[in-house]
Each structure stands twice: as structure tokens, then as C-alpha cells.
Design a protein around this ligand. Structure first.
Ligand code: C2E
Ligand code: MG
Ligand code: MG
Ligand code: MG
Length: 289
């Protein structure tokens, strides 16, 4: 793999590295103006309650379509945005947009739209005091109740500077928002972190869900993660559920909530809203008339 030093300069020049450096430079150039050019949008993936298939929440996922580069996935551009110092502004936009959308659904549909909205927060955002202000501003501008907002952080974001992260999470919780530990089990933290950082939700990474066999028991690690969450009185969400067998095993293992292509891919806002409204009591009756 090509090694690229800071500022995107290649360390040693061989053709492959040169190509990687040129591509990175191009990505940086396009990303720099993307927010101002309105090239971002959010899609929303439902979180369902396995007991009754009800949509109990959504996760906002960032999408970037560059006129020059096409669709670039967040796994690729978020780290670049962090390096360039752009993630603060982009993250603030994500918070505003997600809160605005969730609040609009609530205004439009009342209790039927009583679902949480989760927003991913990167390590760089968590390290900045600006995050607290951005969350506060997004809630105030939208009128969304703080308890309806879930901030998803990864273990990795906590490891760099645990004291600062703890202070940051405490301040966020004081606002009334919920916190979720994303991709749980894949980071480099220890279980001690669960004691140090108060969170509300534990999201089991899809790499673990993928190990659930078509027939037979839950793998011990998945079993353990669910039991751990229950013992700590945390909400547990299984990520990346793709098959009915995975769903059945998780449900039998008393995992309450899940997310994944089996239920729905990330949806455009209008489709997410339709899904939410479709479950309104009486909606099916109205439709059949
Ligand atoms: P994540 O927060 O763990 O999000 C879950 C990812 O899994 C999403 O990829 C989602 O589309 C994908 N996914 C959902 N269900 C399934 C499934 O059944 N099978 C498989 N194979 N994949 C599934 P996506 O949207 O490409 O996002 C990737 C990562 O980028 C996210 O991981 C998150 O860490 C980051 N990200 C996305 N949006 C934002 C954002 O607004 N801000 C920040 N800081 N990071 C974001
Ligand atoms: Mg997430
Ligand atoms: Mg995840
Ligand atoms: Mg992830």
C-alpha cells in the first residue's frame, strides 16, 4: 500500500504511490468545497424492535456525491475530512439536518413519529468543545427533544484521551441526549471503558453478527455481548443483520433491537418518513379504504 506523509506528499516515488497521492490530493480538493456546494445529504436507516418489527429509531448516515468523483463512501471521506479540519463544519451540518428532519416528522405525525435519531460523531469531533455547542444549537433550532437524539461514538474515539472524552460525554449527557457505543467489540478499548463512560446503548458490530450460523446457537462472543449489555442495563442493537436466521438467533438470544439490510437499507428521508407513518395505528385501515 502506498504510504502518504502529511500534506499528501508521497514519501518515496514509485508509480503506485504517485497515483495514490494524486488521488488523495484530488479527494482533498473536491471535499474542501463540498459543503458549500451542497453536495452532502443524509440517508436514514431504521432500527427495529425485534419483538414487533416496529421502527423505534433511525441512524442518519452521511452521503457525498461529488460531480467530479461520483459517490464517495463515508469510510473514505470522513477520515480525510478529519485530517483537513473539515469534520467540525460537516458534523455540525449533519446534526442540524438530522435534528431538523426528526423534528419535522414529529410535528407532522405526532406520537407515531416517536422514534430516536442517531448521529455518528467522530473522534475529532468528540475532542472538540465545539461539539457541545453544535448539539445544543441543533436541538434549539429544530425543537427536537434532547432525549430523541442519540450520539454514536466508537471506542477508538475514547482511547486517545479518555479523560477529555469522559468530560465531553458527561457534558453531552447533561443536555439529555443519549449515547451509543458504536461498532462495539472492534476497537482497542477494554471492558473497563464501560465502567468509566456512561452510555445508554451498545451497538454490536456487524462483523460479530456475520458469524451467526444459519442453524445452531449464537456464537459465544455474540451471546456474551448481549448478556453484557443486559447486565449493565444498556439498550442493545445488533448491526448488519442480513438474514432471517440471524434475526431469529438474535431474538432467541434476547437481543431487543436490530438494524440491517434484512429490515431496510439506509433510506432517503421521504421513504424513511413513509415507513414511519406506515406503522401508525390505523394507517393500514386508511390505506385499504
Ligand atoms: P456505522 O456508524 O457503523 O454505520 C453502519 C454502516 O453499515 C453504514 O455504512 C450502513 O450503510 C452499513 N450497513 C447497514 N446495514 C448493513 C447490512 O445489513 N450489511 C452491511 N454489509 N452493511 C450495512 P455507511 O453508511 O457506508 O457508513 C460507514 C461508516 O461511516 C459508519 O459506520 C460511520 O462510522 C461513518 N459515518 C457515516 N455517516 C457519518 C457521519 O455523518 N459522521 C461521521 N463522523 N461518520 C459517519
Ligand atoms: Mg453508527
Ligand atoms: Mg457501527
Ligand atoms: Mg463503523
Amino acid at each position: 500500500a502506498a504510504k502518504v506523509a502529511g500534506r499528501g506528499r508521497a514519501v518515496v516515488f514509485d508509480p503506485a504511490m504517485r497515483t495514490a497521492a494524486v488521488e488523495r490530493r484530488r479527494l482533498e480538493q473536491e471535499l474542501t468545497g463540498a459543503l458549500a456546494r451542497d453536495e452532502f445529504r443524509l440517508v436514514y436507516q431504521p432500527v427495529v424492535d425485534l419483538a414487533d418489527d416496529r421502527v423505534v429509531g433511525f441512524e442518519a448516515l452521511l452521503r457525498w456525491r461529488s460531480p467530479e468523483l461520483g459517490a464517495v463512501p463515508p469510510d473514505v471521506f470522513v477520515p480525510v475530512a478529519e485530517d483537513l479540519g473539515l469534520i467540525g463544519d460537516i458534523g455540525a451540518w449533519v446534526l442540524r439536518e438530522a435534528c431538523r428532519t426528526a423534528a419535522a416528522w414529529r410535528r407532522e405525525h405526532g406520537v407515531a413519529a416517536d422514534a430516536t435519531m442517531a448521529v455518528n460523531v467522530s473522534a475529532v469531533q468528540l475532542a472538540s468543545p465545539q461539539l457541545l455547542e453544535d448539539v445544543r444549537a441543533a436541538l434549539a433550532a429544530s425543537g427536537l427533544p434532547a432525549s430523541a437524539l442519540v450520539l454514536e461514538v466508537t471506542e477508538t474515539a475514547l482511547v486517545d484521551d479518555p479523560e477529555r472524552a469522559a468530560a465531553s460525554l458527561t457534558a453531552l449527557r447533561a443536555l439529555g441526549v443519549q449515547l451509543a457505543l458504536d461498532d462495539f467489540g472492534t476497537g482497542y478499548s477494554s471492558l473497563g471503558y464501560l465502567q468509566e463512560f456512561t452510555v445508554d446503548v451498545l451497538k454490536i458490530d456487524r462483523s460479530f453478527v456475520a458469524t451467526i450460523p444459519a442453524d445452531g446457537e449464537l456464537p459465544p462472543i455474540v451471546r456474551g455481548l448481549i448478556d453484557l449489555a443486559r447486565a449493565l442495563d444498556l439498550e442493545v442493537v445488533a448491526e448488519g443483520v442480513e438474514t432471517p436466521a440471524q434475526r431469529a438467533r438474535l431474538q432467541a438470544g434476547r437481543c431487543a433491537r436490530a438494524q440491517g439490510y434484512l429490515f431496510a437499507a439506509p433510506l432517503e428521508a421521504t421513504d424513511a418518513e413513509l415507513l414511519l407513518v406506515g406503522q401508525r395505528p390505523g394507517a393500514a385501515v386508511e390505506q385499504s379504504r
